[in-house]
Design a protein around this ligand. Structure first.
Ligand code: ADP
Ligand code: ASP
Ligand code: MG
Length: 831
């Protein structure tokens, strides 16, 4: 091992001048030893070159413009990065571009582009990129930086399984180059190479990773660092699976399996030279160099407890494939069938990504690149011509597009239940599996699924292994006083809940009447208001719910903290669709009995829960206590109580000196009432709570069955009067209530506005209670409820305490969310 280190920068990490400068800084911070810096082309350049070649091959004259665009982008980048020092590079680029135009003109004239032409042309992205970074390093404190054109050194042989390095020849050339250029900072072109005849070629897409690994081995480097645009290798492609987590350590084998099936962050060949030379490879985020990233090595470092890692580490999904299926009774027990099949495919250059054969040998199925499907079919038909003719082979068919979904992990082998979890997750996401394979290394399980389902399938299997069964995707309706308090409480408790109880609460959507905020992974609750102002979009309930009810998160819940009636009829629909409902909103369960039944009655088809503890008594366990009584077989005779915190406050403060109207004005001023205090004074809020309690106790009550005494004087019921005007005029009517107060006082009692629900009927009214009665001894905005039942008789069961206000109400909703998580199983989160 030498003290060389290799650093590779991908195209995404070299997309603009700022990123070149950042790369140079990272190289300088890399340490004291000599550094080889392997660079990709700036993001998008390789694609743009290949597109220009394709245009020329189709004789589309726009190839010129395409080429000029590439040139102009590089020239602009050089100007920005290098300033006055840019001219030598710009001259080179312009002169190369003229040559390339000639090459493309040739392609246009012949109307065809051999593969070599594409490789030659597209390699210029890296050739320019290396010169760009070298020039920048040279002008910013590393004057001896050199660039190495890998085409002059790296010799490869093109084979069906990709380019193979001629190590000896390449080693000699590199040694010679180093003697002539004894620099300690060498910028190497990624991706490009030469074949044995000296013709420019490439290491194929994403080949710069391979370059880094090759040079690591050639230089006998002590480490290779791949700088890219993700934190490291994640448990799945983070663009497809937002929940993906960083994998701190991967064995070489795990990395190779993941890469093979399409984790673009690693090129499949990348590993080989590094493995042979046992060089540790780090994948790191160029945008966040403070993060450690992923280590690939032959053994985990001591500080990482890889034993604790999950059995399955990563998931990937391949590019599109076709499945070739050959089926026939005549294949059973006949030796050599597989050999003939794969021989035929090999002869026409079709590579097979996956094979599966049932034990009966009745059929064999192979996954092949989609683009080679027809070629494969005719080759196989040809090879089995006779069997087809004599009916020994019934069908040879090719279908697609499909994708191979793979789960990878070294320790799968020792862990039972992995396959069950994998296929279970696919099953519950309703994804059809076309073929299955598990290598005998048991490091990989693969399933072939329809291409259109592949992203969903990837998310489903990923959450099957990585998300706790108690992960809730939460959509909050109405971030008003209660809603925003709830968000604050969730933010404060989330971490402990996750760590100690594996309850993972993710608020993925917040919606108010005009706008909504959605986030894949979960909204940052510390600054949701800013985010909503910045990234909010127009409110759209259907989209909101579809987002919250994401396939890949085990459970979805809509939390209704609005005071609106607009969602009443939608609750049953959400519940039928499997979306849980947690609510502080009384409207739905207190409107018609029919709607109540559709929400509350258990149905076999229903997979979702409704929880509405906070609809009566806010955080007090009123509804829950009632439900427990009913479920345990007690008979509830009567429920009576002060159910409105607002009205409780009014009557607790009422006295000879403080008339009713001034209490109402005071409550209004303190924000204890609805914006229009008449909504409290009509008693409707209490009627709603009485209905909910009555129905929970088993009574078939319609709203019209509850008699109600309104505290709004007849003369002031005209809704056109503004709240302030109403308050002014209320004083004229103080006499009525004052008279009742006096009457009560004469008997030594007090006035309370109460609900009473029993089998014989329900009423909401102002009543007198003697001073020793529990209802007489409430204070502030307390609620109090007394349950008289078969068991609690004659002494009722009493629940008393603060029954209104954002904190206790939000606390009640939060408790329902946790209760919901508790109802949703809670098996161990990881196999
Ligand atoms: P670079 O330009 O640095 O070579 P690439 O775009 O080639 O970067 O590779 C990085 C990308 O690989 C990431 O942005 C990510 O979308 C994708 N990717 C696919 N699978 C994974 C995975 N398991 N972990 C991390 N990234 C992955
Ligand atoms: N520029 C090449 C590509 O985009 C090689 C690489 O970036 O690794 O495929
Ligand atoms: Mg790449």
């Amino acid at each position: 091992m030498t003290d060389w280190t290799v650093h590779k920068f991908g195209g995404t990490s070299l997309a603009d001048a700022g990123r070149y400068a950042r790369a140079a800084d990272l190289v300088r911070e890399a340490g004291d030893g000599p550094v080889a810096v392997v660079v990709s082309a700036p993001a998008g350049i390789t694609d743009a070159f290949l597109e220009a070649v394709a245009l020329a091959a189709r004789r589309d004259p726009h190839y010129r413009q395409a080429l000029h665009d590439i040139r102009d982008r590089i020239v602009a980048l050089a100007g920005k990065l290098l300033g006055e020092e840019a001219s030598p590079l710009i001259e080179v680029v312009e002169s190369n571009a003229l040559d390339l135009e000639d090459v493309l003109r040739g392609v246009e004239l012949t109307g065809t582009a051999p593969e070599q032409t594409g490789e030659l042309v597209s390699g210029f992205g890296e050739v320019w990129s290396a010169q760009m970074l070298r020039a920048h390093l040279a002008t910013t404190g590393t004057p001896d930086a050199e660039w190495l054109d890998a085409r002059a050194v790296l010799v490869v042989e093109r084979t069906a399984s990709g380019p193979l390095v001629h190590w000896e020849k390449t080693g000699e050339r590199l040694a010679k180059w180093q003697r002539e250029n004894p620099s300690q900072t060498v910028v190497v072109t990624g991706y490009v190479a030469s074949d044995e005849a000296g013709v420019a070629t490439s290491l194929q897409r994403n080949g710069s990773d391979y370059t880094a690994s090759i040079f690591g081995r050639l230089l006998d480097a002590s480490s290779i660092t791949i700088w890219t645009d993700v934190e490291g290798v994640m448990s799945a492609d983070p663009r497809l699976v937002p929940e993906a987590v960083l994998l701190p350590y991967l064995s070489y084998d795990e990395a190779a399996e993941l890469a093979y099936f399409g984790a673009r962050v690693l090129h499949p060949h990348t590993m080989a030279p590094a493995i042979t030379a046992d060089i540790p490879v780090r994948i790191r985020d160029a945008g966040h160099p403070d993060r450690v990233g992923t280590l690939l090595a032959s053994a985990p470092p001591a500080e990482l407890d890889d034993e604790r890692a999950t059995a399955v580490k990563g998931f990937s999904s391949s590019a599109d494939v076709a499945l070739l299926n050959i089926e026939g009774l005549g294949l059973m027990g006949v030796p050599g069938v597989a050999q003939r099949l794969f021989g035929a495919l090999r002869d026409v250059g079709v590579s097979v990504a996956m094979i599966s054969q049932a034990g009966s040998e009745h059929s064999i199925c192979a996954a092949i690149p989609l683009g080679q499907a027809e070629r494969a079919r005719s080759a196989v038909e040809h090879a089995f011509h006779a069997e087809l003719h004599y009916g020994k082979v019934q069908t040879i068919d090719v279908g697609g597009p499909y994708r191979i979904l793979a789960a990878v992990g070294d320790r799968m082998e020792q862990t039972p239940g992995v396959a069950a979890r994998f296929f279970g997750a696919l099953g519950s996401a309703n994804i059809n599996v076309r073929a299955i394979a598990q290598g005998s290394s048991e490091r990989n399980i693969s399933a072939v699924v329809d291409a259109k389902d592949s992203a969903r399938a990837l998310r489903a299997v990923h959450s099957g292994f990585y998300l706790s069964d108690r992960t809730l995707s939460i959509g909050l309706l109405g971030p008003g006083r209660i809603g925003s308090e709830l968000l604050r409480q969730i933010a404060a408790g989330a971490r402990t809940l996750h760590e100690r109880f594996q309850i993972d609460l993710r608020v993925r959507g917040i919606m108010r009447s005009s706008s909504m905020l959605l986030d894949e992974r979960g909204i940052d609750l510390g600054r949701w208001e800013d985010l909503m102002a910045r990234d909010g979009e127009p409110a759209d309930l259907d989209r909101f719910v579809a987002h919250v009810d994401a396939d890949h998160i085990p459970h979805a819940v809509v939390v209704d903290c609005t005071a609106s009636e607009e969602f009443n009829d939608i609750y049953p629909k959400w519940l039928d669709e499997g979306v849980h409902v947690v609510t502080a909103n009384k409207h739905a369960t207190s409107s018609s009995l029919d709607l109540y039944r559709r929400i509350r009655e258990p149905r076999r088809s229903r997979r979702a829960h409704y929880l509405g503890s906070a609809t009566v008594g806010a955080g007090l366990p009123v509804v829950r206590t009632l439900q427990d009584l009913v479920r345990t077989g007690d008979r509830v005779h009567r429920i009576e109580g002060v159910l409105s915190g607002t009205l409780s406050y009014l009557f607790n403060g009422l006295s000879i000196e403080t008339p009713f109207s001034s209490m109402v004005a005071e409550a209004f001023r303190r924000g204890y009432t609805e914006p229009d205090p008449r909504e409290d004074l009509t008693g409707m809020d209490v009627v709603r709570k009485a209905l909910i309690l009555g129905r929970e106790m088993g009574l078939e009550l319609e709203p019209s069955d509850v008699s109600v005494e309104s505290l709004v004087p007849e003369a002031l019921r005209n809704a056109d009067t503004a709240p302030e005007a109403f308050l002014d005029r209320l004083a004229d009517h103080d006499g009525e209530i004052q008279a009742r107060l006096n009457a009560a006082a004469r008997e030594g009692g007090v006035l309370r506005y109460v609900a009473r629900v029993e089998e014989s009927g329900a009423a909401v009214e102002l009543r007198t209670f003697p001073s020793h009665h529990p209802f007489a001894n409430v204070s502030g905005a307390d609620a109090i409820v007394a349950f008289t039942t078969e068991r609690y008789n004659p002494q009722p069961l009493i629940i008393q305490g603060p029954g209104a206000g954002p904190e206790v109400t939000a606390g009640g909703v939060f408790a329902d969310l946790l209760r919901l998580a508790g109802l949703l199983g809670g098996s161990t989160p990881n196999v």
